[in-house]
Design a protein around this ligand. Structure first.
Ligand code: NI
Length: 408
């Protein structure tokens, strides 16, 4: 236990009380956002709403950044570290199937990934920390980010616009439906994968279904390509590593008695290792071209690199782990939630040490069990308080830290 543990617990009690006082307000913010979701790159009303709440919070210096993103700066009384906390703000093209008083009012658009909750937690943290600014040294920067769900993502644009300039450490969180409310997932090292996208168009020659010999059947060729792409993972990637190649979309033909001239495939590659990532990009092209050529077809391939993988550094993550355990007990912290999802929080991690963690939002007793991105996804709103407390306590711990490694 560090010598500061006593004061830390005292500080934590003050933070807990302040967040508890604000909890109903955070729930109201989250429900407002949930009712008015906006898609990636279209977060205009969301951004205005966040700006309004931040304007009502004394001590913050708020500036628009890279489209609909916002950066709020909170400066303490003395010089010190600059640390950043991030929330993403966009919703998904999903039709909500929940029947709650706060269900989405926008047809076909839903906060199905909990980003409404991320915004509410960070607004809550900004308000609590702003009220405590006379105790703080250094700067806390609140990053409200547009477009996490869609390439090229908002994080990279925020970085390019200077949001991370001078930042010494950054933290971010995601509400997570695989975890019960009350639990937190801390991951050391690789946590989320690099998500790339590929598109393959197979060009054959259409014709009558009864005379296949006069055609080049694009559908049959594309089916072979789908099968052959599975060899990348099963026969070319070290089985001790994590890697995914999935073909998720296959469009060919229009009716039962016409062989179509063109077939379109789309899929995703999920990786952690840059060399394996490069191998897959190369081999998808070689296999698709080779299979097409073997069957007299041609093909066009586009390969789009997505976000970098989310990889959490040891020292900063250890500090977060200790903060979470001090606050909620060792039994509340899970250390096994790596996955092959993607997240552009990695763009911030490329500019400063950064750690990403999950806050549980599942509640089986209340039927809140559907996964992120599901039309019936919802959160146990008690998670909002836990997330805000973690933001505040970790921010203060980082400002107090002499360095961001495990000995601090
Ligand atoms: Ni998300």
């Amino acid at each position: 236990m560090s010598p500061r543990a006593g004061t830390l617990f005292g500080t934590h009690d003050e933070i807990r009380r302040a967040v508890a006082d604000l909890h109903d307000t955070m729930v109201a913010w989250r429900r407002h956002l949930h009712q008015h979701p906006e898609l990636s790159f279209e977060e205009h009303e969301t951004s205005r709403f966040v700006a309004r709440v931040l304007a009502e919070t004394e001590g913050l210096d708020v500036t628009p950044c890279a489209g609909t993103s916002l950066v709020a700066r909170l400066r303490g009384t003395g010089s010190g570290h600059t640390i950043a906390l991030r929330a993403d703000m966009d919703a998904l093209p999903v039709e909500e199937e929940n029947d709650t008083p706060y269900r989405s009012r926008i047809p076909g658009v839903m906060h199905a990934c909990g980003h409404d909750g991320h915004v509410a937690m960070l607004l809550g943290a900004a308000r609590v920390l702003a009220a405590r600014r006379k105790h703080l040294r250094g700067e806390i920067r609140f990053l409200f980010q547009h477009a996490e769900e869609k390439l090229p993502g908002g994080a990279e644009a925020m970085v390019a616009a200077g949001a991370m300039d001078g930042v010494d450490a950054v933290a971010g969180t995601h509400l997570w439906s695989d975890l019960d409310v009350g639990r937190i997932a801390v991951t050391y090292g690789p946590m989320m994968a690099a998500p790339d996208t590929f598109r393959i168009v197979v060009e054959g020659r259409g014709g009558h279904a009864s005379r296949p010999h006069q055609t080049v059947d694009s559908l049959a060729v594309a089916a072979q390509i789908v099968t052959n792409l599975q060899h990348i993972v099963s026969r070319e990637i070290d089985p001790m590593t994590s890697f995914v190649v999935s073909v998720c979309s296959f469009h060919a033909g229009r009716t039962h008695n016409v062989i179509g001239g063109e077939a379109r495939l789309e899929g995703t590659v999920r990786s952690y290792d840059p060399a394996q990532r490069a191998l897959a990009a190369r081999r998808i092209e070689e296999i698709a071209r080779g299979v097409a050529a073997a069957h007299r077809a041609a093909c066009r391939i586009e390969y789009e690199h997505g976000y970098r993988p989310v990889v959490n550094p040891e020292g900063l993550t250890r500090l977060f782990d200790r903060t979470a355990q001090d606050l909620f007990g060792a039994e509340a912290v899970d250390h096994d939630q790596r996955n092959m999802g993607g997240e552009d929080f990695s763009a911030f991690q490329a500019r400063a040490p950064g750690t990403f963690y999950y806050v549980g939002c599942r509640n089986r007793a209340r039927g809140i069990v559907h996964p992120n991105h599901h039309p019936r996804f919802d959160i146990d709103e008690a998670a909002l308080a836990q997330g805000a407390i973690l933001h505040c306590a970790f921010a203060e711990r980082l400002l107090d830290a002499e360095s961001f490694d495990e000995r601090a």
